[in-house]
Design a protein around this ligand. Structure first.
Ligand SMILES: Cc1cc2nc3c(=O)[nH]c(=O)nc-3n(C[C@H](O)[C@H](O)[C@H](O)COP(=O)(O)OP(=O)(O)OC[C@H]3O[C@@H](n4cnc5c(N)ncnc54)[C@H](O)[C@@H]3O)c2cc1C
Length: 383
C-alpha cells in the first residue's frame, strides 16, 4: 500500500505557510540562515522523524521523511538548511555503540544537539572520495586530525560534525576505500583549538563552508564503529540521502509547475492568456509528466528502503530523474514568466538557482549514471 502521509503533509504545509516568500527572499538577499524556520521544524518534531521512538524520535520511515521535505519545497521553502539533521544521525544509529546512541540520539531527536555537518568532500579529491587526505592519527586517548574539507554545509550551525578521515595511509591498504574512518567532532569544543571554519559565498543561500584541521584532538571514543571501515558506513547512508533529496526536487518541480500554470492562465498578451499557446502549454505539460514519473520512482525507492530491500539502483534513479525533472521545470517556469522570471519578487529566479544544485550535490549526475552503467547494466567500470 502506497501511503500518502496526508496528515504529515498538511501539517508541514501549515508550518510552511508561516514562512512566506518574503521570508526566504530576505534571507536569500542577506545570505542568512533560516533560524526561525529550522526552529519550527525542530519543535514540530519533523527533524527527528527517522529516529526510533526509544531515543525520543518519531520512528517514521524514509517515505514519511520524504513527504516532509517535499512539502517544504513545494511550498516555496528550502529544507537544505536542516535536512541533514534528519539523516546524518543514521550513521550513529546503524554503526555507533550503545553508549554513543544513548549519548547522542535523544538530544538530536529533541533538537538540543544539532548533527547536520558532514565533512567528506576535499578540495584535492572531489568526487574521488578514496583519495581524501585529511588524516586522523591515534595518539593515546585522542586522534590527531590534520587536513581540510570543502563544502561542509551548515558547519556554523551544527554542534557536531560527522567527519570522514584517513586512519591508514592509502599505500598501506588493500582496497582504496579501506583505511577511512568516521568520527563525531564536537564543533564548539574544537573551534579555535585546531578547527577553523570559513564560510564560502555561493550562488544560493546555503551556509556552506571550508573547514581546516590543524592538530585537532578528537577523543578516541568519538570514533564510530570500527577503525578503517568508515567508507562502508558512509555508503550505507547514501540511499536514504538520495531518496530524501529526490523528494526535495519533486517538491521544487511541483512549485515551478504550479507557479507557471497560474501565470500562464492569468498573463494576457496579444489579447489572450499566454497559456493558450501550445508553445507555453506543452513545456508545462511535459514538466508535469516528467515530475509524476520521477515521483513514482522516488516512491518506489522509499518503499523498498522502508521494507529493508536493497535499493541502490532505485535510489540513484530517483535522485537522477527528480533532479532532471526539477531543473526542466525550473527552466520551463522562467521561460513562462518571460522577463518577470528574472525579478526577485516572483521567487522564480531564487528557486531556479536553488534547484540547480541537485545536479551537482550531494552527488553529481555523472556519478549516478556511472553507478547505473556499472552496477545495473554491467558495463565496464570507468574509474
Ligand atoms: C552548495 C554545496 C553544498 C555541498 N555540501 C556538502 C556537504 O555538506 N558535505 C560534503 O562533503 N560535500 C558537500 N558538497 C560537495 C559536493 O558533494 C561535491 O561538489 C560533488 O560531490 C562534486 O565534487 P567536486 O565539486 O569536487 O567536483 P569534481 O570531482 O571536481 O568533478 C567536477 C565534474 O567532473 C565530473 N566528474 C569527475 N569525475 C568523473 C568521472 N570519473 N566520470 C564522469 N564525470 C566525472 C563530476 O561529475 C563533476 O560534474 C557540496 C557542494 C555544494 C556546491
Amino acid at each position: 500500500m502506497n501511503e500518502n502521509y496526508s496528515d504529515i503533509r498538511a501539517s508541514v504545509r501549515s508550518l510552511s505557510a508561516g514562512f512566506p516568500p518574503e521570508y526566504w527572499r530576505e534571507l536569500d538577499d542577506a545570505r542568512a540562515y533560516p533560524t526561525e524556520f529550522v526552529k519550527s521544524m525542530t519543535d514540530a518534531g519533523f527533524l527527528g522523524a527517522l529516529i526510533p521512538e526509544e531515543y525520543g524520535g518519531s520512528g517514521l520511515g524514509i517515505a514519511a521523511a520524504a513527504a516532509i521535505l517535499e512539502e517544504v519545497h513545494s511550498s516555496g521553502g528550502n529544507a537544505a538548511a536542516c535536512h541533514a539533521q534528519m539523516y546524518i544521525m543514521g550513521t550513529v544509529l546503524r554503526h555507533g555503540s550503545d553508549q554513543q546512541k544513548q549519548k547522542y540520539l535523544p538530544e538530536i531527536a529533541a533538537g538540543t544537539m544539532r548533527l547536520q555537518a558532514f565533512g567528506v568532500t576535499e578540495p584535492s579529491s572531489g568526487t574521488d572520495t578514496a583519495s581524501l587526505t585529511t588524516a586522523a592519527k591515534l595518539d593515546g586517548a585522542h586522534y590527531v586530525v590534520n587536513g581540510q574539507k570543502v563544502w561542509t554545509s551548515r558547519a556554523e550551525h551544527s554542534d557536531l560534525m560527522l567527519l570522514l578521515a584517513r586512519t591508514t595511509p592509502r599505500d598501506q591498504v588493500e582496497r582504496r576505500h579501506d583505511g577511512l574512518s568516521v568520527f563525531l567532532v564536537d564543533m564548539k569544543e574544537s573551534l579555535g583549538q585546531g578547527l577553523t571554519v570559513r564560510p564560502i559565498k555561493t550562488m544560493i543561500n546555503h551556509a556552506t563552508t571550508e573547514v581546516f584541521f590543524d592538530n585537532l584532538k578528537v577523543p578516541a571514543e568519538n570514533l564510530i564503529g570500527e577503525e578503517g571501515a568508515g567508507f562502508k558506513y558512509i555508503l550505507d547512508g547514501m540511499n536514504a540521502e538520495r531518496i530524501l533529496i529526490s523528494a526535495e526536487c519533486i517538491g521544487d518541480a511541483r512549485w515551478f509547475i504550479e507557479k507557471a500554470t497560474d501565470y500562464a492562465n492569468t498573463r494576457n498578451v496579444f489579447g489572450r492568456p499566454i497559456g493558450q499557446n501550445q508553445g507555453i502549454q506543452f513545456p508545462i505539460a511535459r514538466a508535469y509528466a516528467e515530475t509524476e514519473a520521477a515521483a513514482l520512482m522516488s516512491g518506489k525507492a522509499a518503499q523498498m528502503f522502508d521494507a529493508g530491500a536493497s535499493c541502490g539502483a532505485e535510489a540513484n534513479m530517483a535522485k537522477h530523474l527528480a533532479a532532471e525533472a526539477s531543473w526542466e521545470a525550473a527552466n520551463m517556469c522562467i521561460q513562462t514568466f518571460g522577463g518577470y522570471g528574472f525579478a526577485q519578487e516572483y521567487d522564480v529566479e531564487r528557486k531556479f538557482r536553488e534547484t540547480r544544485l541537485y545536479q551537482i550535490a550531494p552527488v553529481s549526475t555523472n556519478l549516478i549514471l556511472a553507478y547505473i552503467a556499472e552496477h545495473v547494466l554491467g558495463l565496464p567500470r570507468s574509474f
